[in-house]
Design a protein around this ligand. Sequence first.
Ligand SMILES: Nc1ncnc2c1ncn2[C@@H]1O[C@H](COP(=O)(O)OP(=O)(O)OP(=O)(O)O)[C@@H](O)[C@H]1O
Ligand SMILES: [Mg+2]
Length: 261
Amino acid sequence: MPVIETQGLKKTYGSGQTRVEALRGVDLTIHTGEMVAIIGPSGCGKSSLLALLGGVDLPTEGRVLLEDTDLASLSDDQRTIARRQRIGFIFQSFNLLPTLTAAENVALPLELDGVSRAESMQRALSALSSLEMEARAGHLPSEMSGGEQQRVAIARALVIQPALLLADEPTGNLDTANSQRTVALLKKLVASGDQTIVVVTHDMEVAQQATRIIRLRDGMIEHDGPPNQETPELDASGQESPDGNTADDTSTSDSLQDSKR
Ligand SMILES: Nc1ncnc2c1ncn2[C@@H]1O[C@H](COP(=O)(O)OP(=O)(O)OP(=O)(O)O)[C@@H](O)[C@H]1O
Ligand SMILES: [Mg+2]
C-alpha cells in the first residue's frame, strides 16, 4: 500500500503580480520502506511539496492521500492528530520551542498524545542519545549551536516512530561527520522495515543514499528514479557542471555553502 500519494498536486501562492505557481501538477506515489530524496534548484517547490505531503499546508488543486485518506477531507483537528501520530516533520528552520529544553522539546509530541511525563522524557532521552545529543538534554535552543538544534529537531521527529518521516534539509547545518551519522541513522530506520522517509536535500551525497531520487524543476517532476542512474551533468542544485559532476565536487561546494551559513 502506498504510504502517501499525490494526484495532480498544484500550489499557488499570492495573486496578481505576486502570484507564484510553486507546484504545477505533481503525481507521486511513495511506498512503505522507500527513502526518497527530493532535489532541485532553490525555489523549485521542494519545501512546498513537503508541507503538502505532511498536511502542514493544503493544495490549491489536487489531492494528497495519507494511507488512503485524503488530507483535505479531515478537519483541522483530525489533520493535526494524523500528523502527530503518523508523520515526523523536520523543518528547514527547526521550529523548536524556545522556552523548552532539548529533552522537553523532543518529549512534547508524546506528551500531547497522552504518554506519561516520565515515559515521554525517557523516550526523549533515548532519541537524543541516538543522535549523540544526550549531553545537551537540559539546554534551551538558544544555548545550542545550529547543528545541535537540528539534531534535537530530528530526535523530536523520530521519537513518535512515525510511519512517514518528512525532512527538509535535515543535514543542512551539520558537519560532515554528523551529516553522515544522521544519514546512517535514517537509512537504518528505513532498513528496519515500517519506516518511510522523504528527504529534501541539496547534498548529492545524502541523495545518493536514498532508494529513489526525485528531481523537481519549476514545480514539476523532471526526473524520478534510483540513484546512480542520473545524467552525468546532474548535481543536487539541478545545475549543469561543465566538467561533469562528481559527488566530490558537490560535497566541496556544499561545505563551502555550509561555512557561509
Ligand atoms: N508562503 C509563500 N508565499 C508566497 N510565495 C511562496 C511562499 N512559500 C514559497 N513561495 C514561493 O514558491 C516557490 C517555491 O518555494 P519553496 O520554498 O517550495 O522552494 P524550495 O525548492 O524549497 O527552495 P529552497 O531550496 O530555497 O528551500 C518559490 O518561488 C517561493 O518564492
Ligand atoms: Mg526549501
